[in-house]
Design a protein around this ligand. Structure first.
Ligand code: 1GP
Length: 247
């Protein structure tokens, strides 16, 4: 079964998927492996590996290897650009930053990266990346025309465009460590418009079970947490809290 089928099956059976994001630039591969194992024990469904700055080349490859040796979870690359691709991962969120002003983040890195994905036989999962205020480093690096928090209509417009372009997943990103996560009203509006078959991923600034639960109830099929998992001492306990809240 492909990683995409596996994730979609979890959405069908359990309600929502929890994804743990590890930025190879934030810790050594060894520590990343340890965090991934705790996250696995806490019930996360897959590990995403990537970041906007510094997550490139051998750093990514070694982090992927360490996570693969530490647990059996699918490892999905979440590259900031083509340099964030590395062999050994099960899948890649093959994404286009739809509301970027910079063609590099819409199609150029995709063209540079596609032959690498092909060569290493990494499963591509087609995804629209839509950056919402405040946007964080992802918004800055990707030169995004940030979607205002109070404009669900614009998020819906981009999401429908993504669906009509054939993308399977839509990632609503508030930016890593965002003070406020993507608003519930925006998630509701996007999910209502794109329907069941297009999966909605939400991330950025989600730190506790309640915040995750509200977003899953609003229609998020997958919840991503990164910063909080890298910060807490009790990774397993934190993941259990988040997973229990959204399943
Ligand atoms: C960032 O959405 C992800 O790309 C995760 O955000 O680090 O705030 O959990 P956090």
């Amino acid at each position: 079964m492909s990683v995409e089928e596996h994730l979609n099956q979890i959405v069908e059976k359990e309600g929502a998927v929890h994804l743990t994001l590890l930025d190879p630039d934030s810790q050594s591969p060894e520590i990343a492996g340890k965090i991934a194992k705790e996250a696995y024990l806490g019930g996360t469904d897959a590990i995403m590996v990537g970041g906007s700055t510094g997550a490139i080349g051998s750093t990514v490859e070694q982090t992927v290897q360490a996570i693969k040796s530490a647990c059996d979870l699918p490892v999905i690359l979440f590259p900031g650009n083509a340099a964030g691709l590395a062999p050994g991962a099960d899948a890649v969120f093959f994404m286009s930053l739809l509301n970027s002003r910079d063609v590099n983040y819409i199609t150029t890195n995709q063209a540079i990266g596609a032959p690498i994905v092909y060569k290493h036989n990494i499963e591509p999962i087609s995804m629209a990346y839509i950056v919402i205020e405040p946007g964080g480093a992802a918004g800055w690096v990707g030169d995004a025309r940030l979607i205002p928090r109070n404009s669900p209509k614009l998020a819906v417009a981009y999401s429908l465009a993504a669906k009509y372009l054939g993308m399977h997943y839509i990632y609503l990103e508030a930016g890593s460590g965002a003070e406020k996560p993507v608003p519930v009203e925006m998630i509701q509006a996007v999910k209502k418009a794109v329907g069941k078959s297009t999966k909605v991923i939400v991330g950025g600034g989600i730190r506790d079970g309640n915040t995750a639960k509200e977003r899953a109830k609003a229609g998020a099929d997958m919840i991503v947490t990164g910063t909080i998992v890298e910060q807490v001492d009790d990774v397993k306990g934190k993941i259990e809290e988040l997973v229990k809240a959204i399943k």
